[in-house]
Design a protein around this ligand. Structure first.
Ligand code: FE2
Length: 210
């Protein structure tokens, strides 16, 4: 199992491409079509699924092109379907991106808390972490945790979005104390971290546990 990442698209979203021994590849939060296609081609990868951490427009910016090119399913929590499919709720309109056709996708594969998703030799566990959005999720594979806009290095996601809920976010943050300190945190924006670093230094996580 290996991982490639880059920041792309209008929100400088971290896109992660995780691939297994047979080069099957899972794309988390596709932000830039050209970069993804170049990396897939250069590494001879075989995209098999898109996993979304949540439905905001910057995290799905390249979805239309990627689905069109590779004809692969996308996975999203059921409570974020209303967000990803609305150019108002996903914030594309307010940022001036008015092409609504970008957000017309085929039906998603709906996921729930504790789901286990297997692709080739890769197994992802779903952790529902509502707050930034109602259907925000993290994905765990081995000692890595992809946290979207729920948890960043040193801070957490904003709660002034449509359907955001600060109390729910604070409840979600308690779940991170379950993980080993050496779990690597790969957020939706910015630098990577570890659970140990965040529990010791992130003011939103200190003294918070289940
Ligand atoms: Fe977001």
């Amino acid at each position: 199992m290996d991982i490639i990442s880059f920041a792309g698209g209008p929100g400088a979203v971290n896109t992660y491409i995780i691939y297994g021994g047979d080069l099957s590849a899972v794309i988390i939060d596709p932000s830039d079509n050209d970069k993804i296609c170049d990396l897939v081609s250069f590494n001879n990868l075989k995209p098999c699924a898109i996993l979304l951490t949540h439905g905001h427009f910057d995290h799905v910016w390249a979805m239309k092109e990627i689905i069109g090119k590779y004809n692969i399913p996308y996975y999203i929590h059921k409570d974020d379907v209303k967000i990803v499919s609305s150019s108002v709720y996903n914030f594309s309109e307010v940022f001036g991106y008015t092409d609504k056709s970008r957000y017309v996708f085929p039906d998603p594969v709906l996921i729930n808390d504790c789901d286990v998703l297997s692709f080739s030799d890769m197994t992802f566990k779903v952790l529902h972490t509502p707050g930034h959005t109602p259907g925000g999720v993290c994905y765990q594979i081995e000692n890595m945790l992809f946290t979207g806009d729920t948890l960043f290095r040193g801070t957490v996601g904003r709660t002034d979005c449509y359907f955001a809920d600060q109390d729910a976010l604070f409840e979600s943050l308690k779940k991170f104390s379950r993980f080993n300190d050496n779990t690597i945190v790969y957020p939706g924006h910015g630098r990577s971290s570890t659970i140990g670093f965040e529990l010791a230094n992130n003011p939103f996580l200190i003294n918070k546990s289940l």
